[in-house]
Each structure stands twice: as structure tokens, then as C-alpha cells.
Ligand binder design. Sequence first.
Ligand code: SF4
Length: 421
Amino acid sequence: MATEVEKIVLAGTDDHDLTKLAEYEAVGGYRALTKARAMTPQDVTEELITSELRGRGGAFFPTGRKWSFVPSKEQIPKPHYLVVNADESEPGSFKDNEILSRVPHRFIEGYLITAHAIDCDKVFVYIRGEYSGPYEILVSALEELKDRPELRGEVTIVVHRGAGAYICGEETALLDSLEGKRGNPRLKPPFPAVQGLYDGPTLINNVETLSNAPHIIASGAEWFRSLGTEQSPGTKVVSVSGDVQRPGNYEIELGIETKRLINGLAGGPLPGRKIKGIFPGGSSSPVLLPEECLDVPYSFEAMQEAGSMLGSGSIIVFDETTSVVELALRTARFYHHESCGKCTPCREGTNWTVKMLERMIRGEATPIDLETVASVQTNIIGNCLCVLGDSMAIPIGSMVKKFRDEFTEAIQQGVPERLAA
Ligand code: SF4
């Protein structure tokens, strides 16, 4: 039976200040790195494949398999790169912030193990520009390693601060941004594993994903797979926000009932209020009604079956005081602002969606506008170069479907005294 108390990524943080190297080593830190370096790169990758750890950045792709896609230096004799995506920008997601702030050495140990597994000696950490606190903590953790060459090895580490564009969280836009260009998604193929940063073979992983590696190497893949569910092994640091009593990050074993997270750990709805809707995987996931979500196990497969997704593991809760039409407009404005404009369905679709929702809120829309909003979303999904277009279309399409009466009411009388501007 899954519990919410098992911790991997944030293990030890309740009793120790793990931002300090000495304390991290006192709880066994960096022993997994020593163990990994005594193994062949292939054996380290094999252990990750067997663990069935899936990427925690949103796509949930099997991590070990992703590592195995990076060709060897014999196959492609160019520098190989590891790029860590710490550009956490999905509305509702703030778990990488906490990981970098509380366990920077576990994260560093994770990417040093990964660098060994893909035989690379250059690591780039692309950190969200607004994360000045986590950035300072990470830099001081790296300073501590300067006096410990046996830990740092031959690896060169560059910490690069982003400039605030959501699209730079998309892995190929992130590579362009690192190279000093405007962050635009690239056409694929070629895939970054073969031709990524500076045209070299490049592995891109998320902060939380890599922070699992030390425990997997230290305790073994079988131990890791004993946690969570068969298809979603391990734990997840979940950001819970919105209309709950205790918003925050909670590390849980995957597969616990969602209500234990929302009503238990996060304290449930505010006094006297009722939950109206839940985005189980950040602002880009399809919205679920409480009766569709609360009893569902919080896992990749169960959320998909329920009609939504786990995404990066960020739950946004809203109660009956929230206007869904306003919520849809806020969501659309965000993605419209962040669209790079490269492809037509996303550039024009996000623009038209904002305009039509603004008309509804002002009470100036006609019933046909609701059909148009719904069909614009359908025409965006699957027709864009990267996932940003879908990230707006999927949640808005689901809001129109699940709360149609509210949109119809807005068409008839507008949404008074709110976001009319
Ligand atoms: Fe740019 Fe949007 Fe196309 Fe992505 S989907 S490439 S953000 S225009």
C-alpha cells in the first residue's frame, strides 16, 4: 500500500540542513557517485533502465532509455553534453525550486552520476532567471565542491540563468537559448541525443529526475521499483496550489489517492468552501471535476485513464468562488504572451482565444463564439511544432466542455467586475 511518507528526493531534509556538503555527506551523500564511478557507464544506464524511473519534467519518458539514446564517443567523436532543464515555468509548478533550495548536493550528485553514464565532461544547468534564491544556493554548493576534486572529477559545470521565457523550457528552444540565440523550438529530427547543443550529442533531463539517481544507484533498481505503482515507480514531489489550506510541495509515493494529497496533506478546501475543479498536472492539463479526480490514484496511468495527465506533478485546485471563464482567459493570456509565434495555429489560435474570451467576459459575445472557441482549440491540438499550443488548447477545451453552462451564462450577461480589461 502506497504511503505519503516515503521520501527519496527530499529525504533527510526534515532533520538536516542538506545545503551543506558536510551534512549531506553525513547522511551518506556522494557515496552513490563513488559507487557509480566504479561501474561502467553501460551498467549505470542499465540500472536506471531497470528502475523504470520516468522523467519528472512532464513527459514521463523512461529516463534510462533516454540515456541509452546518447551515442558513444566512438560512434560520434564530438564532445557530449548533459543539459539540465531547471527552467521550471509551468504555472502551478514550483517543486524544482524546492529541490534546488533544499537538496542541491543530491541534485549535483545526480547529474555527476548521469555525466558518467553518458561519458560527458560538460554539464550545463539552465536555471529559471527568477529563481535567484535557488541559484545562489546551487552556486554555493558548487563552491564547496571546488575543494573536493575527487567528487567533482573532470566535469566542467556551467550554471546559466534564463531570461524569463516560458518557451525556453522546451528542450530544443533551451538549447538555442544556451547557444546565445533567441529561444525557438527546433525542427526534429535531428533529435538532441544525436545533434543537440553545439551540434554535439546532448542529453536533457529535469532537476527532479536526476535527483532520483543517487538513491537508485545506492539502493538498487529493485528497491526503487518496490515504491509507487508498476507503471509509475518511485515518489514524486508534487506542488499543490490554489484554493487549499496548506499549499506547498509534498513528496508522496506515486499511486496514493489524490484526495490524500489535496484533502490530507494540503488541508483541503478553505473553510466553508467546496472544490469546483482540479488541474492534476499543472495549468496545461485537462481540468477534472472533484468526483472525477479525488478517488483516483495519483499516478501517470491512473490520471491518463481519468481523462487528464500527471504532467510535471502540479495540482491546481479552485473552488466555487472562481469564474471558469476568467480562469480560461488567464490561461489563454499566459500562453498567448509566451507563444514564440513560429507556427500559425499557436500564434493565431492563442490570440483569437484571448479575444473571444474577453468578449465573453464583457458580455459582448454571441452563442457562435462558444463554438468558435471550442473549434479553435481542436484545430490547435496536434498541429503545432512544440507543445505550447496544445498547453493552452487542452485545458481550455476541457473547461469549455466541463463548464459549458458557465460560458453560456457569460455570453448572455458577461462576468461582472472582474477581468474586463
Ligand atoms: Fe512557437 Fe507556439 Fe509553435 Fe511552439 S507551438 S513553436 S511556442 S508558435
